[in-house]
Design a protein around this ligand. Structure first.
Ligand code: TXA
Ligand code: MG
Length: 328
């Protein structure tokens, strides 16, 4: 769809898909209850899981929530970008956005098309990831068309997403900042800017194992972002390559060439998350590669956690942990 049509649809309480630097979002006016209800319906999202609101900058964030010193420092460092704050909401935000919570999730997206729409509308936009609830997040328009089929909302095409995984979600409503969802902005980068320690109660630990700490974000079910094919997740590549679960009717996803399994008649086919092994390339391709593996219609997808030597891998391991049906 064109930018003009997108703007007029959103002004008329419509819903359309917009590109962000993380993943595509299913967008609507954050001030229109009827549009918000459409978003929940299209996604099949439970009414108990609140939506993220997107704004142009920190001053605009302050129109919809009570910003503070932490959010100001972090917005100066990372906005526009993949960092979402949870802050106490103002009355203008309908309770349907926040699932009745007194707080709202807010971020300023970096994608120029999304920013252009925000500038023209001058209204905050709710936009959860544009996937049916619990499925893989979309990183290009084709993913959305395939997932929603004939009921697909109109899409503003912004090409493939630069980062490929959803934003870091940081709760700033209590004395100590707390990461609810790991993402492209890591814990140490946040701590450096704030000059104080930051907690992390994201549903999975950095190594992808399930956290013992209770979840505090309503949308952080441990099963999430899942392909349709069962996914077996190994602690590292070596354990995977030696596994006796591997069969020719399966597919194995590896970080990059030239890592490959011994080619035997019984071996599965291989796909790679990237050609380079660069963490950002892997992040960009994480969901699209799992989708490609899913489309092969094999019996099982095998993949392994990334090493703990890069903060971005913590977030990727979190996503793999949620996509896995079996942990080995
Ligand atoms: O990168 C992103 O964040 C993408 C793009 C489109 O901006 N959006 C996205 O939205 O991932 P969504 O709805 O799929 O994830 C938002 C997460 C959910 O886990 C939700 O439960 C949590 O933020 N959340 C929203 N409001 C919250 C609140 N008031 N308190 C705690 N968690 C909240
Ligand atoms: Mg989502």
């Amino acid at each position: 769809m064109s930018l003009e049509n997108c703007v007029s649809s959103l002004l008329g309480d419509g819903v359309c898909v917009l590109p962000t630097e993380t993943v595509y979002g299913l967008a609507c006016s954050a001030l229109s209850v009827s549009a918000i209800e459409k978003v929940y319906r299209i996604k099949g999202r439970p009414a108990t899981n609140p939506l993220i609101v997107h704004v142009l900058n920190h001053a605009k964030a302050n129109d919809i929530c009570f910003t503070n010193e932490f959010s100001e420092k972090l917005a100066n460092a990372f906005w526009p970008g993949p960092l979402t704050f949870i802050l106490p909401k103002r009355d203008c935000i309908p309770r349907q956005i926040t699932a009745g919570l007194p707080s709202v999730a807010v971020r300023s997206p970096a994608h120029p098309l999304f920013r252009n729409v925000l500038e023209r509308l001058n209204v905050p936009l709710a936009a959860p990831s544009a996937n049916p609830a619990n499925k893989l997040s979309p990183t290009c328009p084709q993913d959305i068309a395939e997932a929603f089929g004939k009921d697909c909302p109109e899409i503003l095409d912004g090409g493939p997403c630069e980062l490929g995984i959803e934003s870091t979600v940081l709760d700033l409503t209590s004395e100590f900042p707390n990461i609810l969802r790991l993402g492209p902005i890591g814990q140490t980068s946040i701590e450096e800017v704030l000059g104080c320690p930051v907690n992390c109660t994201s549903g999975a630990n950095s190594n992808g194992t399930k956290s013992e700490i209770p979840k505090t974000s309503p949308g952080q079910e441990s099963k999430h972002y899942a392909p349709d094919t069962p996914l077996y997740l190994y602690p590292n590549i070596n354990v995977m390559l030696k596994s006796n679960h591997l069969k020719s009717s399966h597919v194995m996803v590896l970080p990059h060439p030239p890592v490959f399994a011994k080619k035997t008649k019984q071996g599965p086919c291989s796909l790679y998350f990237s050609q380079t092994g660069n963490p950002l390339d892997i992040s960009r391709n994480l969901f699209s590669t799992l989708r490609r593996a899913d489309k092969l219609n094999k019996e099982i997808i095998h993949t392994s956690l990334f090493p703990d030597n890069d903060e971005l891998y913590y977030a990727l391991n979190d996503r793999l942990g949620r996509a896995a049906s079996v942990r080995l």
